[in-house]
Design a protein around this ligand. Sequence first.
Ligand code: CP
Length: 316
Amino acid sequence: MRSFAGRDILSLKDFERNEFFHVFEIADQLEPIARERRNTDLLAAKTMVTAFYQPSTRTRLAHEAAMHRLGGHVTGFSDAKMTRAGDFYQESIKDTVHMLEYYGDVLVMRHFQQGAPHEAARWASIPVINAGDGWGEHPTQVLTDLYTVQKETGSVDGKTFVCIGDHRMRTMHSIGYALSQFDAEMVILAPEDMSPTAEFLAELDEKGTSWRIVEHINDVIEDADVIYMEPVVQPDYTQSRQEKQDEYGFTPENYRITKEVMKKAKGDSIVLHSLPRMDELLPEVDQLKHARYWQEAYNGVVMRMALLALILGTTE
Ligand code: CP
């Protein structure tokens, strides 16, 4: 297996099956630290730099929380407008990264341009973690999600993932790539204007991900082991920021999960949502045994602890 030390985490396209299991194993080893709300000194000599050009609650703060749990240091920005990249100068990614690499040992970047973290990695002498790039990918979120499936159901293999929502979304791309390494099926349910592209589906075929497209939730809810959700009412991920409009659409019934819909689901199926949610996942579902998105959010810290420990070379 390739070493994680010093490695960029930009995509799940090239992640190998044994690497998923290795990351899950390290997450299991470190999880008690988060559960017991302890801070350790594993990464006491290391600093993480965050460069967030797009809003985030979970991804940035979960990385920061993970670093604190491991005793490391954190610096960075969460609003590029307060940096030279977001003012008069519009400083380039190359120049910005040449600064940031002097300030820490790992760079976590979210950007509205697809491929921006990849460009950062070209110029940075420190490892770069993609925290979401435009519609591109969100590898650390999907590692978190698959870890949650493994923990909550015992295995990713053998599962039917019903992926509901906007399939232009970066998580949908990362999970499609990731499932090529498992004996699992990806079932796609999306509004027509949010369907996966032909290029993406061709990539899934090339990689060996088993997929099919369905028209209606009723066609597939009884088959689902994992109901994997994204909103269809959401901002344009190619923009740095979008304010909420006075007028915005509601989620059509076909892309919503409710208590009523879940009555038809398998008893042991689980619902995941990387959050934030709109009206596609009603709060009434929070009370059901199927809801695992809060566990998923907790695992977001544990997964980032595992990745940071591996990338920064304190854990093999
Ligand atoms: N799931 C996720 O990426 O959430 P944030 O946008 O809050 O980071």
